[in-house]
Design a protein around this ligand. Sequence first.
Ligand code: SF4
Ligand SMILES: [Zn+2]
Length: 368
Amino acid sequence: MQVQVINKQIREHSIENIINKRDRKKDKKPLQAYAASWANKDRLYDSVGYTIFIVLPTSGCQWATESGGCTMCSYIADSPLCEISDENLIEIFDNEWKKQLEKTDITSHENVAIKLFVSGSFLNKNEVDVKVQEHIFNVFSKYDNIKEVIVESKPEYIDEDSLKWLASIIPDKIFEIGIGLETSNEDTRLNKINKGITNKSFERAVDTINSIDEYDIRAKAYLLVKPILLSEKDALEESIESAYYAKKVGVKRLAYCPSTVHGGTLMDYLWKRGSYNPPWIWTTIEIIKEVRKNVDIPMIMDTAGFGTRRGPFNCKKCNAKLKSLIIKSNLEQEIPQELEEFSCECKNKWYADLEFSKILNTTTNPKS
Ligand code: SF4
Ligand SMILES: [Zn+2]
């Protein structure tokens, strides 16, 4: 319980600071400036394709404002922290979509996926009204080559009627709901991540998704590699166990997010005091090897933040090379031979961490 109390205090303090800072600024950032979009080559279920990422600023994750939120997440700090009208949100989306259309002729790409992010849950109607949801999905419905539409939601906002209604707007596309499971270990999820969801609520949401036959709706699990208060070894083992669990309960795709330390979070508080370090890149590679070989659903290892001071790190000699090999592995959904055989002198330190970090609560990874 103490973790939740400290987490809430840190979050409230961080939000207060952000609001004060923004109030002091004469030129307030327009709402549109909180939005973003970009595109790149990415893995779809059946092929490599063109993926458009769109981030929409919404009023903020309800879980973060009510409870302090998850101990690694700073989405709330990046949101405008005010009410946004439906008209505003539609306008913001239209602008981002227009930007993407100006960049490329979408119809020239054979397979396109859309990944839509809001400040919390797309399916939470308090955050994204049905009117806005409908507008956005209507836009996607006009393009036959958009094969996948991916949104994120906490399990409590996933219900059959809403899913069917949204899927009916894009009936020929894969509609994927990404859920932040983070780990299959309930103690870690509730007490170290403060996610506020149980395995039961996750399984109920996945069952609801899988019970709908008329449309191709799929569940994806986001898994966090190395939450706070976990040794390197435990983090590695939990990440692998979580893949087995997710597959068993009906998840169709996995997305691992190795921790990067974001400001204003409990993770950041511990990191600054030397009580937390993001995972080794070796740990993420071990997960890739184990999961690709033994869990036969698509899996992506996110490489954002790799090799940075606040992100997953090995040593300066091998960070960049391994990051590019992991991206290759994501695109091909295989383990490149070079990744399988790769070694570096820093690997012995990682082995030492696996063996002793639990006992000593230390790390040999100095991020120099
Ligand atoms: S991870 Fe998701 S549920 Fe948790 S605080 Fe961030 S946006 Fe909210
Ligand atoms: Zn190295």
